[in-house]
Design a protein around this ligand. Structure first.
Ligand SMILES: Nc1nc2c(c(=O)[nH]1)N[C@H]1C(S)=C(S)[C@@H](COP(=O)(O)O)O[C@H]1N2
Ligand SMILES: [Mo]
Length: 497
């Protein structure tokens, strides 16, 4: 009723409904053609949301919600994207109504939805994915049949919008999949040798524990942005600038033609839980950064460097730590995957994950210290890693014994010993350890088998290569990395996996 006696001044319920449908299908259409990439309309909006969220709020979410906090900004960004496209559709409907010019209104809505999406994603072709559904639903909305209550046409529109969103979500999933390297890149014989060495030194563990080299698809991932930068190798360059004798810029070709090394390097995130799984190891191919730094001739007052990346990430730490660092362009013999920093990332031996800048674009030598992205948010994660022994599996074996296993890591200090207690810490035994892999910054696997008798309070702890025992005192990961010994109560009956 309201619809029919309305004044053209006001937005009708029907129009609002169709605006919502246009917004939702526009986002879905964009996802279908672009996948979960930077060309998806939500991506640039999310980047703005992340940029504009004050650090104190981010720190609050990290401490109170943790990992799932990022779902909030993603959900908000989806709503903003749908709201933007919906508002554009509504504008088209109002123009159609006020000027009694349906075609003009429809074209305006479709054109604006396309244009705005193209402008913010930078991809005019894929922006059609957002523009087309907005145009179609604006057209349905201004058609004469749409404007009555309890209209089957309206119901049909809702049903088809839902169906469209469903199908588009399915297609978008397929579009999102990182192209699998169909032709495995030629793995150099040195990398092949290192992968084999890691495999041969692996302990014979029955439980589900990663090998000494993590699979690329299983290597953990921490990104400040929901959508990874896409940087073609040919477009990449990195500049060392600031307080230097001379700016030095290298292109990808120049970098990869320098002295090449293959190193085992382990990474661990300062934000992970004590027994968390943000700890992995790979064989990385790259070149030492020291010769490049020497060319630039750092002369800053504070001997500190600010590293910046294509995703606007930045982190600052002493030049001294940078001198031992490595610029990597391959991981386990494959080109660096997009999610791990393609085309070039930094690997800093023994320091927390956050210093290992992905998608590196600039190294600026500073005159005075400045906080990096995480330090602005209260973390202290640029220094050396804490010592940790993980208890990643407890497995009942056929013979009635219980197998305990995991990895231990202490950065450049190395791991000398892992000790296991099955009585809550009263007595300790040495675990079996994998032979150390060559390298300054590599984890070791450990394994311990015993015959359980009822319930056991299992505790594990490591001793680093300097003979220092992993501290017992417990603290949360925020702000300086979790400390304490991993403990777990195991019952003979329920131990598995
Ligand atoms: N450019 C950039 N580099 C980055 C990050 C990031 O968000 N952006 N995250 C850092 C953090 S907190 C960690 S723990 C490691 C994780 O590296 P990975 O995702 O390859 O495991 O990358 C570091 N380098
Ligand atoms: Mo991290």
């Amino acid at each position: 009723m309201i619809d029919r006696i309305r004044d053209t001044e006001y937005v009708t319920v029907t129009e609002l409904l169709f605006a919502v449908l246009a917004g939702a299908t526009g986002v879905a259409g964009s996802y279908a053609v672009a996948g979960y990439t930077r060309q998806f309309i939500v991506a640039p909006i999310d980047a703005q949301v992340v940029r504009l969220t004050p650090g104190s709020i981010v720190a609050f979410f990290i401490t109170n919600i943790g990992e799932e906090g990022h779902l909030l900004h993603i959900a908000l960004s989806f709503c903003l994207a749908a709201g933007l496209l919906g508002a554009i559709a509504l504008l088209g409907m109002r123009v159609a109504d006020r000027l009694t010019q349906s075609t003009l209104g429809i074209a305006l809505a479709g054109g604006l939805a396309w244009g705005v999406t193209a402008a913010i994603t930078g991809d005019p072709v894929l922006a059609i994915g957002a523009g087309a559904p907005v145009l179609i639903f604006t057209a349905i909305a201004v058609a004469p049949t749409a404007d009555t209550d309890h209209n089957p046409a309206r119901r049909r529109a809702i049903a088809s919008a839902l169906a469209f969103v469903g199908v588009a979500a399915g297609i978008g999933r397929l579009t999102s999949e990182e192209p699998t390297q169909s032709t495995e890149a030629d793995v150099s014989s040195e990398v092949e040798q290192q992968l084999q060495q890691a495999e041969s030194q692996q302990l014979d563990i029955t439980g589900d524990v990663p090998g000494l080299v993590s699979e690329i698809g299983e290597f953990y991932n921490v990104d400040i942005a929901e959508f990874d930068p896409e940087v073609p190798s040919d477009d990449w360059s990195m500049t060392i600038t600031g307080e230097v004798g001379e700016d030095v810029t290298v292109s990808y070709d120049e970098l990869t033609s320098r002295e090449t090394e293959h190193r085992y390097v382990t990474l661990r995130c300062v934000g992970e839980d004590l027994n968390g799984e943000k700890l992995d190891n790979a064989v990385w191919t790259g070149t030492p950064i020291k010769p490049l730094l020497d060319e630039a001739d750092p002369e800053g007052e504070c001997d500190c460097a600010m590293l910046r990346a294509e995703d606007d990430y930045f982190v600052q730490f002493p030049v001294e730590a940078l001198e031992d660092a490595f610029l990597a362009w391959e991981m386990n013999g494959q080109p660096l995957p997009q999610s791990h920093g393609h085309p070039v990332r930094v690997l800093v031996p023994g320091h927390w994950g956050e210093t290992n800048v992905k998608w590196l674009s600039e190294i600026e030598l500073l005159d005075e210290e400045m906080d990096g992205y995480w330090e602005q948010r209260g973390w202290h994660g640029t220094g050396p890693v804490n010592t940790i022994a993980k208890l990643w599996s407890t497995t009942m074996l056929d013979g009635g014994t219980l197998e305990l296993a995991g990895h231990a890591y202490a950065g450049t200090r190395g791991i000398e010993r892992v000790e296991v207690s099955t009585d809550g810490g009263s007595t300790w035994q040495d675990a079996e350890l994998s032979e150390p892999l060559p390298g300054d910054d590599v984890w070791r696997q450990w394994r311990y088998e015993f015959t359980p008798d009822g319930s056991h309070d299992v505790v594990v702890r490591a001793v680093d290569g300097e003979g220092t025992l992993q501290p017992e005192e417990r603290s949360d990961s925020y702000p300086s990395g979790a400390t304490g010994w991993v403990r777990k109560t195991v019952n003979m009956m329920d131990a598995s996996g």
